[in-house]
Design a protein around this ligand. Sequence first.
Ligand SMILES: O=C(O)CCC(=O)C(=O)O
Length: 286
Amino acid sequence: MQKQEAVVRPVSGALGAEIFGMDLTDIGDADFERIRELLLRYLVIFFPDQSHLTPEAHIALGKRFGEVEVHPFLPKVEGYPELALIESDKGGKADAWHIDVTFSPNPPVASILHLVTCPESGGDTMWSNQYLAYETLSEPYREMLDGLTAVHVLKAPEVGELTAEHPVVRVHPETGRRSLYVTRMWSSHIPQLSRHESDSVLQFLFEHSEQPAFNCRYRWQPGAVAMWDNRATQHLAINDYSAYRRGQRVTILGDHPTGDAPRWKNYERRGDERYYPRRVNAKAGY
Ligand SMILES: O=C(O)CCC(=O)C(=O)O
């Protein structure tokens, strides 16, 4: 029998679309191509009513995009190492803006989150379009940023310190578009700038890139699935609820973010100038 064409309903002017009429347990090649196309266009896509999605089907869907991650320290759904478990009563509240895992040399390209249980209200998730964040900057500012890198740091008891350096502006390998690639949770400093300059440029970029005009906000129903392009978005889960919330996430392993080569050498301290490159990490608070 011929499948019905999926219905696409954008959720904001900036990014995000809900997709109706697709069953994620039954994805043929044509459906998969459509999903890839929609993901590149809307950056985050939502599939309501997928309560029947099994762990096996969820992982299989992730594997169509590429190799899937076994997260180094997040809890897992029992028997499924590829399914990271995000539970509100076990610290699973990602309530600061972030791009996933930028402290790795190969951050994930995409994630697929199945929200199995959610509060009746509260616990929405927001995404922000980082193409728009870049494109709305003035030309001189963009030109400066194109030639800079940022150092991203995670410090956690489970893994010690993990760190990676990426272009501040990355070029999407599939669309060729430039997007801003710094994030409040992990970006520590811009090594070509003095500490003071780096702090103020990053603070400006965090505020600029998170602004409402670039956002969408998704109100979950149990069983819904969100899929996002981690190369051109940031996200945060709003912490405004106390009921139990459970998500299961498959993450597709990464590429190497590319952009222009740094145009300047790293900042060198002058004389006995004090210089502490690391800025406070929003999550770890160090
Ligand atoms: O819980 C959510 O809605 C988002 C979780 C999250 O930030 C993540 O999976 O990276």
